[in-house]
Design a protein around this ligand. Structure first.
Ligand code: KG4
Ligand code: ZN
Length: 330
């Protein structure tokens, strides 16, 4: 079965073809980062318009790359939500329009399920069950995953998501958008001993998170610096921020593994690309004897491959999940 995936929930247009026999056949992505950079964040109207411009050329690209014709596609999966309403509508319209013209069934996929299953696209797949830490721009959740569609929420953020904390703190330091990679790079030049930031909810005895206080603590540090804060000062603050958030994320993962007795941890979502977090998790995995799995770096952030894959997994369980009903919901 070959599934076409369409992702358009935010600022990346992603198209991909996944074959349940042969694996990922092709994927293509257009990032709108350069377009939104000048505004310091995603402008929803511009995002929707750009998805419209990019989707069909990307579709042609993946079909060419995979050597797949319209006839050999079995179903079309699109990101149903959550995300920016206008951007989602573009992806849904494209998927349903293609479905109607090609007489193929379509199915909506939950964006977070796409992220959650993305590590299964990597060479070495984790077996079920596992603990998943989903850390994206909009969500931070710890889940027990017993199989496709079998998810138990163990804990989540009570306020800001981890990616949001990265982005907002980066903005306070005058770094560009998206802030996650920028603050992570800058932190490499900072010293951990200069500032100490709070570790929110580290000892809360549950698996929830809270990151809005951390962002406020960064704001206080920035305000306490002299008016012409230099790059080195910024790097020390970036380091303190990364140290704090990484320590909390790792501690909560360890607590989730302990609570469930599971020995496999899967990291998904944009913040999963973070180098310092990966280093800390790898060290913890070695020390505490569990295995940690990540998506390929290119599939940490939004992409069409994870949507094609999640759609294919859903269809393997229930072939009726895709319908020739093109009155879509987002
Ligand atoms: O999963 P994603 O692409 O989109 C959502 O579904 O939200 O995640 C985007 C988030 C942004 O907040 C971005 O700053 C963060 O992931 N991110 C990173 C890194 N790369 C992306 N955060 C920290 N370090 C990174 N290397
Ligand atoms: Zn995402």
């Amino acid at each position: 079965m070959i599934v076409l995936g369409v992702e358009s929930s935010c600022d990346e247009t992603g198209l991909a073809l996944y074959d349940t026999q042969r694996g990922l056949l092709a994927h293509a992505l257009h990032s709108q980062v350069a377009m939104h950079e000048q505004y310091g964040g995603v402008v929803p109207e511009l995002a929707s318009r750009d998805h419209i411009r990019r989707a069909i050329p990307l579709l042609e690209q993946v079909m060419d790359k995979a050597g797949v014709t319209r006839d050999t596609i079995d179903a079309i999966a699109y990101t149903q939500g959550p995300g920016l309403a206008g951007a989602l509508l573009v992806g849904a319209s494209i998927a349903c329009g293609l479905g109607l013209s090609m007489d193929k069934p379509v199915l909506g996929v939950h964006h977070l399920e796409g992220h959650l299953l993305s590590p299964l696209l990597a060479g070495e797949r984790p077996e079920f069950p596992f603990i998943a830490l989903l850390i994206s721009g909009g969500h931070t959740q710890l889940m027990q995953v017993d199989g496709v569609g079998q998810y138990t929420l163990l804990g989540e953020t009570l306020d800001d998501a981890a990616g949001e904390a990265f982005d907002k703190s980066a903005k306070l330091l005058g770094l560009g958008y998206p802030g996650g990679p920028a603050i992570s790079r800058l932190a490499e030049f900072g010293d951990s001993d200069v500032h100490k930031l709070p570790r929110p909810m580290l000892h809360s005895k549950d698996l929830n998170f809270s990151f809005s206080g951390l962002k406020t603590a960064v704001l206080t540090l920035v305000r306490n610096q002299s008016t012409n804060i230099c790059e080195q000062d910024k790097a020390h603050i970036a380091r303190a921020f990364v140290d704090a958030i990484v320590e909390v994320l790792v501690a909560k993962c360890l607590a989730a593994l302990k609570q469930t007795g599971l020995k496999r941890l899967v990291i998904a979502g944009g913040v999963g690309a973070n180098r310092q977090l990966r280093d800390a998790l790898n060290a913890a995995a070695q020390k505490k004897r569990f295995r940690v799995f990540y998506p390929e770096l290119e599939f940490c952030t939004d992409n069409g491959a994870m949507i094609a894959f999640a759609g294919a997994m859903r269809l393997q369980i229930n072939p009726d999940a895709a319908k020739r009903d093109y009155a879509f919901n987002v």
